[in-house]
Design a protein around this ligand. Structure first.
Ligand code: PEP
Length: 252
């Protein structure tokens, strides 16, 4: 059965003491988080080592990274490898967030290599896809999102794809306060699942978690998560408030 997941993308927010304070707030809410939800936090890279130690006694809370490179090691100044993340018990890694595609020109091919490297090292990639506002308005958004998935993920085997999480994040909804309606989100989630089904089979498609991102908050999470192909959320702004993040985990 596929997992229901709530993953917090803290982005480049919070200094070290603020990040540790937020972590402590989450610990205090431990018993209030939904036990049937996989709860993941993705803090900024410099905090991952200390967080790995602080999380050692809190295995209900999973550690994620916001990015990685695809090589194991070597002369890649500033980059982080899946092996290094694995050595810190990182279990998830966001790949291809629109902010990285746009600001750092990450190509479909690069993202594909990152996903492959993560899967090879036993880290679950959270592969992001989603269209810009002008693509949505030009009405080719379905084809656009399918191409993102096909180009980066469809060279994989069924065994590999089943180890991935897909996050549909319409870019016009990220950090804008403008959420996709539950119907708009479900349309794309349903298409992603049926495309995976036609490529890898129905069983594989039924096991891949597809989560939604884009101004997801306590007020709209329940309606989104009630959709049959929405298995949770990748949460930006609302993951910086422990109470909101906890409430979102209970919105299934
Ligand atoms: C994100 O950055 O992945 C995201 C969904 O952000 P927000 O929830 O703030 O829109």
């Amino acid at each position: 059965m596929r997992k229901q997941i709530v993953a917090g993308n803290w982005k480049m927010n919070l200094d070290y003491s603020e990040a540790k304070a937020l972590l402590q707030d989450l610990f205090k809410l431990n018993k209030k988080f939904n036990p049937d939800t996989e709860v993941v936090i993705c803090p900024s890279a410099p905090y991952i080592g200390v967080f790995a130690e602080l999380l050692a006694d809190h295995n209900w809370l999973k550690l994620g990274a916001q990015n990685c490179y695809y090589m194991d090691n070597g002369a890649f100044t500033g980059e982080i490898s899946p092996i290094q993340l694995k050595s810190l018990n990182v279990e998830y890694c966001i790949v291809g967030h629109s902010e990285r595609r746009d600001n750092f020109n990450e190509s479909y091919d690069l993202l594909s290599k990152k996903v492959k490297a993560l899967v090879n090292h036993g880290i679950t990639p959270i592969f992001c896809c989603g269209e810009q506002l002008q693509v949505r308005e030009s009405n080719v958004y379905r084809e656009f999102v399918m191409k993102q998935i096909e180009d980066s993920l469809f060279a994989f085997t069924a065994e590999e794809i089943v180890k991935c999480v897909i996050a549909y994040e319409p870019i016009w909804a990220i950090g804008t306060g403008k959420t996709a309606s539950a119907e708009e989100a479900q349309e794309i989630h349903g298409l992603i699942r049926s495309r995976i089904s036609s490529q890898f089979g129905e069983k594989v498609a039924s096991e891949v978690s597809i989560i939604y991102g884009g101004s997801c908050k306590p007020e709209n999470a329940a309606e989104l998560f009630a959709q049959k192909d929405i298995d949770g959320g990748l949460i930006g702004g609302a993951s910086l408030k422990a109470d909101d993040f906890c409430q979102i985990s209970n919105s299934f």
